[in-house]
Design a protein around this ligand. Structure first.
Ligand SMILES: Cc1cc2nc3c(=O)[nH]c(=O)nc-3n(C[C@H](O)[C@H](O)[C@H](O)COP(=O)(O)OP(=O)(O)OC[C@H]3O[C@@H](n4cnc5c(N)ncnc54)[C@H](O)[C@@H]3O)c2cc1C
Length: 559
């Protein structure tokens, strides 16, 4: 475990390094040239320099043994610096994840020690031209090479698409089909028959190297098969999703905040119609405050999931990783988009950086599982829980939030509970009408589930903070009162979304008759959800005051 002091020192060195080596002008030039600063990436990964990867390698292999919470803290900082560089540095973690979960002790010792001691860069080679979201369609093959009736090695053939660090890595985890199914292999750079293409010309994260790989009769010894047993590859990939998706979630969170943290100070200086933009409610309450609330809801979920992963007792937390990724990356994307708007014409130019952040953050909704695949993953899993508990899964969670509300009446837990009760009703209607046979309904449920769960999470986080019980490494950007206001704002959004969108989609798929509509509306608690919107504007006013560090509440009605 990394101490808070060590983590803070690492974060500080990272910030200092970025300030010196990656100022805005350098980032802009590299972005324009579409160039990965390989030297900077190697410096960050080098054990005698920044050695970021040391934080994540277990102590027995020469690292500091950081956990998911540490990954979250570091990834957020990396994303705030540059998402392309963050992708390059963290690709080593992704690439070594199959080793972490699936390798034999000897393989772990060899490869994790090399990452720790030599700072070698890894790449994660799963995606293929015809196998993206559906990795089961994998076509790369690994044929056994036999000697005296024993498997001595494998010959790998195939191609990989969109591989981060594809052109600069020292070693690659490659997923290929053995006779017993998909399996991970380690292939080193320079292996005969192993080639990478020129870097892709991308929309964003242009500071990361992304390249296609081709493998023609690439021979590896049998000890390069991770875990030593064929056919474990997809299981191993699944096992790390909780962890890796929290990592990409944090990229969305960090990039979203990086954009807002440019828009917020800008708006205090930009005078229009006689006063700063920051004083105009029509500006702050559309472009800043809702994005702060969504990002902090995603943060609450990320922190909760990271803590549970570190506690280590609950399996892979795949679905929680998916919810964290979905909410944080969608929120990061919206925040970056709103930040362009917040800077007006200036936001649309390269110089002010928000357009670059907006291009960069877009990838987080695609790689490590697209948003739609997240919706499907979330929905399928929670659907099973709904069935297993005979429809009580979300009612139970709502009741827990009602109990929380009794202890902490100002953290929005009552409204988060409304969203969860409504969700349970929507899912029950979907069950009765067999509506999940419509893929769109299944996916929309995934979205509603993610919003409702995050509302609960942010209320819990606000309550914990009020009790002084947040994780010692948790973000302290907002004080308990501000976090409570954020929780109330987000809970209202989530409840309205679940109530109204739930009604919409159940109705759209024929899950409710005219005669039954009034009863369904009542079961959803729509009147209560609508009444709960009261007070939203004053909560938003308060959050704007906090975000802009204003002591005195001001009325912002200027045009
Ligand atoms: C810059 C970059 C870096 C990357 N880095 C890596 C890396 O290091 N290693 C690696 O292995 N991969 C990497 N990837 C690949 C990435 O993970 C895939 O692009 C992603 O998983 C989506 O796969 P795809 O591109 O084939 O899209 P597709 O799977 O073809 O999806 C296209 C669209 O269809 C939707 N869709 C797909 N399936 C369904 C379905 N069943 N139902 C409904 N809608 C569906 C998707 O949500 C998406 O909107 C990277 C990609 C990029 C662009």
């Amino acid at each position: 475990m990394i101490s808070k002091k060590t983590l803070n020192l690492s974060l500080k060195s990272l910030k200092d390094f970025a300030k010196k080596r990656l100022p805005d002008e350098t980032l802009q030039e590299l972005d324009a040239r579409d160039e990965c600063p390989v030297e900077v990436v190697r410096h960050m990964c080098s054990p005698d320099k920044l050695g970021i990867q040391l934080l994540f390698i277990p102590e027995e292999y020469g690292g500091f043994g950081g956990g998911a919470f540490d990954v979250y803290c570091v990834c957020e900082e990396m994303a705030r610096i540059d998402l392309g560089v963050a992708t390059s540095v963290l690709a080593t973690m992704l690439g070594s994840d199959p080793i972490r979960v699936g390798a034999t002790p000897e393989q772990k010792k060899l490869w994790l020690t090399r990452i720790a001691e030599e700072g070698i860069l890894f790449a994660y080679g799963a995606t293929e031209p015809d196998a993206g979201s559906d990795l089961g369609a994998l076509q790369s093959t690994a044929d056994r090479v036999m000697q005296d009736g024993k498997i001595v090695g494998y010959k790998i053939n195939g191609s990989k698409q969109w591989i981060s660090n594809g052109g600069i890595a020292d070693a690659y985890s490659i997923l290929a089909n053995t006779p017993s199914g998909p399996s991970w292999f380690i292939v080193e750079k320079g292996a005969p028959g192993f080639k990478h293409d020129e870097p892709e010309d991308k929309h964003g994260i242009r500071l990361s190297n992304t390249a296609a790989l081709s493998l023609t009769d690439v021979y590896v010894d049998a000890d390069r098969l991770l875990g030593g047993v064929e056919g474990q590859g997809l299981l191993q990939a699944q096992e790390v999703f909780g962890y890796t998706r929290v990592m990409v979630a944090t990229f969305g969170l960090g990039a979203g905040w990086a954009a807002l943290d440019r828009a917020i100070p800008y708006s205090t200086k930009r005078i229009q119609a006689g006063s700063p933009l920051s004083e105009k409610q029509g500006y702050t309450h559309k472009l800043i405050v809702p994005n702060v609330a969504r990002l902090e809801a995603a943060r609450a979920y990320i922190e909760e999931t990271a803590e549970r992963i570190d506690a280590g007792s609950e399996g892979s937390l795949n679905t929680e990783g998916a919810i964290a990724k979905y909410m944080a990356t969608e929120a990061g994307n919206l925040a970056a988009d709103a930040s362009i708007q917040a800077l007006g014409g200036y936001g649309y130019t390269h110089e002010y950086m928000v357009e670059k952040i907006r291009r960069d953050v877009r990838i987080t909704m695609i790689y490590e599982g697209t948003s739609e695949i997240m919706e499907m993953t979330i929905s399928r899993d929670r659907w099973q829980l709904h069935l297993k508990t005979r429809g009580q899964y979300y009612h139970d969670q709502a009741r827990q939030l009602e109990a929380l509300h009794a202890r902490h009446p100002n953290v929005g837990a009552d409204v988060a509970a409304l969203s969860l009760h409504a969700l349970a009703e929507v899912m029950e209607r979907a069950r009765l009408g067999r509506l999940t046979r419509y893929q769109h309904i299944l996916f929309r449920l995934g979205e509603l589930i993610a919003f409702a769960e995050c509302a609960g999470s942010l209320s819990r986080r606000a309550a914990r903070q009020a009790e002084g019980r947040l994780h010692e490494k948790a973000s302290q950007r907002f004080d308990p009162m501000a976090l409570a206001a954020l929780a109330r704002v987000f809970a209202r959004e989530a409840a309205l979304k679940v109530g109204e969108q739930g009604l919409r989609w159940v109705s759209a798929a024929g899950g409710v008759t005219d005669a039954d509509m009034a009863a369904f509306e009542a079961a959803l608690g729509l009147p209560a959800i609508h009444r709960a919107q009261a007070g939203l504007i004053s909560d938003m006013d308060y959050i704007a005051d906090v975000v802009y560090s204003r002591d005195v509440k001001q009325v912002r009605r200027s045009a």
